[in-house]
Design a protein around this ligand. Structure first.
Ligand SMILES: [Zn+2]
Length: 109
């Protein structure tokens, strides 16, 4: 699968509160998103069925105190998040991350 570099990129990703992350984008948009939502929308093959697009992960199985242990950029197009539940296979393309922001986040700016 070819993914063209997305022109919309996060400029800042940092903790906002004990339960939310703050993500600012290069188009000026800024969102706060609950960690649980970001974890829930993990795009990896064990969280979402590759063929049907069905979400395999159940929200109620995600710990209430879930938080990222590590966030690192992958190339110029994605971030990889290591979660406190030891899940680390999710590579969030910027496009996906932005969708999560818009669907599950609260717009701050
Ligand atoms: Zn996953």
């Amino acid at each position: 699968m070819n993914t063209l570099p997305s022109p919309t990129q996060p400029t800042r990703i940092e903790p906002f509160s004990p339960t939310e992350i703050s993500i600012a984008w290069n188009d000026g948009a800024e969102f706060t998103v609950p960690y649980r939502e970001v974890r829930f929308y993990c795009p990896c093959a064990s969280c979402v069925d590759e063929h049907t697009g069905q979400r395999v992960i159940k929200k109620e199985t995600i710990p209430l105190d879930i938080r990222p242990k590590d966030v690192r950029t992958v190339g110029r197009y994605a971030v990889q998040i290591t979660w406190s539940d030891r899940h680390a296979t999710g590579i969030y393309h910027y496009e996906t991350l932005r969708k999560i922001c818009e669907q599950a986040g609260r717009r701050a700016a």
